[in-house]
Design a protein around this ligand. Structure first.
Ligand code: CUA
Length: 349
């Protein structure tokens, strides 16, 4: 008895730790266990059904096992051989039929959901079409029907189906918004995978890359910002409006030669790298440096601080990134960061 108590005492901190760990799984912007839209809810429903059946099986099997161990244990002096049940038809039928029934209960809704979520909305005129391209280590979002391209922050309206066509520009990644939708792989070799989801509640959700893709895989975060239809329309219009370059000619020249050779701001610059239009109003810089005015954690700062940090040494923030360390003086870095931080799109009213 003493021994068992010692074992229990050692297990208690472990149990407490697990409770704490699991309670952190409840973030509505991040957790599969707190679905925020119909697709995520359907997936969560399947999880609940599966876990319920497994828990039921475990309880019943353990209860029977404990009962048998206690009830039929060998008593002192008992030398008889118990009844042998090997080849007992009744028992064999029972333990074959019950699992089959359980598998049918599990299988029918699973197959139904899997095919339901594979529905193709890429031709649906009412859906918002988004072409997602994964890059090491950032996300490109193109709205082909709206003529808009952005990066790192997927802006969507809360009143439509979002239809995703996902591909990769380099290696295997996986596009995942835990609390809104499942994940879909972006496979090399030109193949395009589709998925769809809906996000009825406005807010900001966290997206992740869910496939090991290199040293900065775990830093390949993105945001999904859900807004009402009017804000979304204003955002689309703002994305297409002309953006003023820095008034200071020297800063404008540096921006043109060092940044816009790759990046686009409004109609200026290249299209192959993350589009910077409205970057000052996004939730994060480089997808991972969270913009906030009262930073508490290492990866937080004001948008201007984060931009400085990123431009000063991209490799330090995201090892393996293709963003080069540009040869700029400190005043140039400051001026560029200040200009970029001021690039906000006025669409939320
Ligand atoms: Cu991209 Cu992991």
């Amino acid at each position: 008895m003493m021994n068992r108590w010692h074992v229990l005492k050692r297990l208690l901190p472990l149990l407490a730790g697990m409770v704490l760990l699991l309670s952190a799984c409840g973030r509505a912007d991040l957790s599969t266990l707190r679905p925020q839209g119909p697709v995520a809810e359907e997936q969560f429903g399947l999880m609940k059904l599966t876990v319920a059946i497994m828990v039921l099986v475990v309880i019943v099997v353990f209860a029977i096992a404990v009962y048998v161990i206690v009830r039929f244990r060998r008593r002192p002096g008992d030398k008889t051989i118990p009844v042998q049940v090997e080849g007992n038809h009744k028992l064999e039928i029972i333990w074959t039929v019950i699992p089959i029934i359980l598998l049918i209960i599990l299988g029918v809704p699973t197959v139904k959901t899997v095919f339901g979520l594979a529905e193709d909305h890429t031709k649906d005129p009412n859906a918002v079409q988004v072409k997602v391209t994964a890059h090491q280590y950032w996300w490109e979002f193109e709205y082909p029907n709206l003529g808009v391209k952005t990066a790192q922050e997927l802006l969507i309206p809360n009143d439509a189906i979002i239809s995703i066509e996902a591909k990769t520009a380099d290696v295997l990644h996986s596009f995942w918004i835990p609390s809104l939708a499942g994940k879909t792989d972006t496979n090399p070799g030109g193949n395009v995978n589709i998925m769809y989801f809906e996000a009825p509640k406005t807010g900001v959700y966290l997206g992740k890359c869910a496939e090991l893709c290199g040293p900065s895989h775990s830093l390949m975060d993105f945001k999904v910002k859900v807004v009402d239809r009017a804000s979304f329309d204003r955002w689309v219009a703002a994305m297409k409006s002309p953006v003023a370059l820095p008034a200071d000619k020297e800063v404008a020249d540096v921006l043109n030669s060092q940044c816009l050779s790759c990046h686009a701001i409004g109609a200026n610059g290249g299209q192959l790298y993350p589009n910077l239009t409205g970057i000052g109003g996004r939730q994060a810089v480089a997808g991972i440096l969270v913009n906030t005015d009262d930073a508490k954690y290492e990866n937080e700062g004001t948008v201007e601080e984060n931009l400085k940090r990123w431009i000063t040494d991209p490799q330090k923030v995201k090892p393996g990134t293709l963003m080069p360390k540009v040869d700029l003086t400190q005043p140039q870095i400051d001026a560029i960061s200040k200009y970029l931080a001021g690039l906000k799109l006025d669409y939320e009213k």
